[in-house]
Design a protein around this ligand. Structure first.
Ligand code: MV4
Length: 481
C-alpha cells in the first residue's frame, strides 16, 4: 500500500494519517467547505474538497470519495468511525472500484447491522445471549406469552436500532400492547424497518466490550476488554482498560466469545464485540461494531499494539504477527471524551471559537484531537473536541493523572465537559469501581457539580487571602525595623 485516502475528518482522520505516515504510506484527506483549514487537511500529503458542510453533501458522498480516490491513484480507503464506516454498500463499492476497503467485507457489516441477523448468526457459535427471542415479532398475543415466559421487566428493541435507539422497557403485561405498537411505528419511521424483538431487561448492567482483530488467513485474536459503563444518554463519556471487575477467567471466557462472534460473520480487521455484564457477572452478547472505535486508544496503551497499523496490514493481506498467547495487559489506561457541551447547562452544544486551546502534554498523557487554538467548532458535526487519555501502572494512578491532565487543559471560548470529567474522577463510586450504566443518572446533577466548583472556588479564595495576608505581613516587617 502506497497511498491511503481517509474518508473522515477531525481527530480520527488525523490519528489514521499519523500511523499511515509512520508506515511510509502517503495520505489523502477529503474535506468539506468548512474544514478547509482543519488539521487533518493540512497534515495530509494531498487534500480534496468534496462538497459543502452538511455530511450528506460531503463526508457521506461515497461515490464522490471513490472517484477522488481513483483520480489520485489511491490504493485503499480508511473510513474511520461514523460516516461511511458501517455502510455495507460503501465497503462493496470500494472493492468493486478495485480499491481496498480498510475494514470488514459488506457481509459482516450488514449481518451485524441487523440485531436479529446478528443473533441468528452468532447463535451457532455458542455465544451467551440475553434470554429472549431472535425473530421479529408483531403479534401482541405471542409477545405476551414470551414476556410471561422470560418474566417482566422486558425490553423491546428495534432490529435496525443500536446504540440504544428504539428501546423500550416494559414493566408489566398491561403496558405491553401499547408499547409494542409504539416501538414498531417508531422503528418504521426511524429506520424504515419495523422489526422489533423482546429480551429480558437486565436492570443494572455494566457495558463491557472486547476488541478483536482478524486477518484474512482465519486468525482471530482478542485484545481484552474496555469498560464503557460511564455514559450519558448512550453517549460514552469515560472508557478504560482493563475493567476492574473482570477476573482472568471471565476475561478469557468473554474474549473467546468475542472471537467466536468475529468468526461467525467472517470478520476481517479491527472490530468490537459489546456485552452486558449483570450483577452476578453473567455476560451476554449485545452487538458487534464493525469499525475502529472512538475509545480504541485505551486498548492500544495496555497492549502496546497500534490498531490502525494492524488494520492496514490485515487489509494488505498480511497474516497477524502475534498469537493470543503473545498478548498481555500492562498497566491501566483511562479515556475521557471532551465534548464542546456545557455540563452545567444540560449538556447543550457549545459552539463558537476556541479563543484559548491548550491541551495538556507529558508522559502518560495522550491527547487525540483535531482542533487548534483560534478554530471554530463547527455545528455540522460531532461536538467531540478531543479524547484525553492517561496511563498508569494501576487504575488509581491513571485516575490521578487524569485529574492532573484535566486541571492542565485550558479551553476558553466554548464550554466543555472537562468539569464533568473531573466530577466522575473524584466520585467515590467511580474510584471504588462499584458502578454500572446508570452512574450518570444516579449520581450526577448540575447542582452537585456547581456545589463542588463553589467549594473549590472558596478554598482557592481562602488560600489566596492567606497568601495575600502573608505578603502584607512580609512587607510590613522592614517598615518596623
Ligand atoms: C440492554 C439493556 C438491558 N437489558 N439489553 C443500550 C445500547 C444497546 N447497545 C443495548 N443497550 C442496552 N441493552 C437488555 N436485555 C440495557 C442497555 C443499556 C445500555 C447498554 C450499554 C451501555 C449503556 C446502556 C444504557 C442504557 C441501556
Amino acid at each position: 500500500m502506497k497511498k491511503i485516502l481517509v474518508a473522515n475528518r477531525g481527530e480520527i482522520a488525523l490519528r489514521v494519517m499519523k500511523t499511515a505516515r509512520n508506515m511510509g504510506i502517503k495520505t489523502v484527506a477529503v474535506f468539506s467547505e468548512v474544514d478547509r483549514h482543519a488539521p487533518h487537511v493540512t497534515f495530509a500529503d494531498e487534500a480534496v474538497c468534496i462538497g459543502p458542510a452538511p455530511s450528506s453533501e460531503s463526508y457521506l458522498k461515497g461515490d464522490t470519495i471513490i472517484e477522488t480516490a481513483k483520480k489520485l491513484g489511491v490504493d485503499a480507503i480508511h473510513p474511520g468511525y461514523g460516516f461511511l464506516s458501517e455502510n455495507a454498500d460503501f465497503s462493496e463499492a470500494v472493492a468493486k472500484a478495485g480499491l481496498i476497503f480498510i475494514g470488514p467485507k459488506a457481509h459482516a457489516i450488514s449481518v451485524m447491522g441487523s440485531k436479529l441477523a446478528a443473533k441468528e448468526t452468532v447463535k451457532k457459535y455458542d455465544v451467551p445471549m440475553v434470554p429472549g427471542i431472535d425473530e421479529a415479532i408483531t403479534d401482541t398475543e405471542k409477545a405476551k406469552q414470551i414476556a410471561k415466559d422470560i418474566g417482566f421487566p422486558i425490553l423491546i428493541k428495534a432490529s435496525a436500532g443500536g446504540g440504544g435507539k428504539g428501546m423500550r422497557v416494559v414493566e408489566k403485561e398491561s403496558e405491553l400492547e401499547e408499547q409494542m405498537k409504539r416501538a414498531i411505528s417508531e422503528a418504521k419511521s426511524a429506520f424504515g424497518d419495523g422489526s422489533v424483538f423482546i429480551e429480558k431487561y437486565v436492570g443494572s448492567p455494566r457495558h463491557i466490550e472486547i476488541q478483536v482483530l482478524a486477518d484474512t488467513h482465519g486468525n482471530v485474536v482478542h485484545l481484552f476488554e474496555r469498560e464503557c459503563s460511564i455514559q450519558r444518554r448512550h453517549q460514552k463519556v469515560v472508557e478504560e482498560a482493563p475493567s476492574s471487575v473482570l477476573s482472568p477467567k471471565l476475561r478469557q471466557e468473554m474474549g473467546e466469545a468475542a472471537v467466536n462472534v468475529a468468526k461467525s460473520c467472517d470478520y476481517i480487521g479491527a472490530g468490537t464485540v459489546e456485552f452486558l455484564l449483570d450483577e452476578k457477572h453473567n455476560f451476554y452478547f449485545l452487538e458487534m461494531n464493525t469499525r475502529l472505535q472512538v475509545e480504541h486508544p485505551v486498548t492500544e496503551w495496555i497492549t502496546g499494539i497500534d490498531l490502525v497499523e494492524q488494520q492496514i496490514k490485515v487489509a494488505e493481506g498480511a497474516e497477524l504477527s502475534f498469537k493470543q498467547e503473545d498478548l498481555t495487559i500492562t498497566g491501566h489506561a483511562m479515556e475521557l471524551r471532551v465534548y464542546a457541551e456545557d455540563s452545567l447547562d444540560n449538556f447543550m452544544p457549545s459552539v463558537g471559537t476556541l479563543d484559548v486551546y491548550r491541551p495538556p502534554s507529558g508522559n502518560n498523557i495522550r491527547v487525540d484531537d483535531g482542533f487548534l487554538e483560534g478554530m471554530e467548532v463547527p455545528i455540522q458535526y460531532d461536538p467531540m473536541l478531543s479524547k484525553l487519555i492517561t496511563y498508569g501502572k494501576d487504575r488509581m494512578e491513571a485516575i490521578q493523572r487524569m485529574k492532573e491532565a484535566i486541571d492542565q487543559y485550558e479551553v476558553e471560548g466554548v464550554a466543555t465537559t472537562l468539569p464533568f470529567g473531573a466530577f466522575v474522577m473524584d466520585h467515590e463510586a467511580f474510584q471504588s469501581g462499584d458502578f454500572d450504566t446508570h452512574f450518570v443518572k444516579n449520581y450526577y446533577s448540575e447542582e452537585k457539580l456547581k456545589g463542588e466548583r463553589k467549594a473549590e472556588a472558596e478554598i482557592a479564595a481562602t488560600i489566596a487571602i492567606q497568601e495575600y495576608l502573608k505578603d502584607v505581613e512580609k512587607l510590613r516587617v522592614p517598615k518596623h525595623r
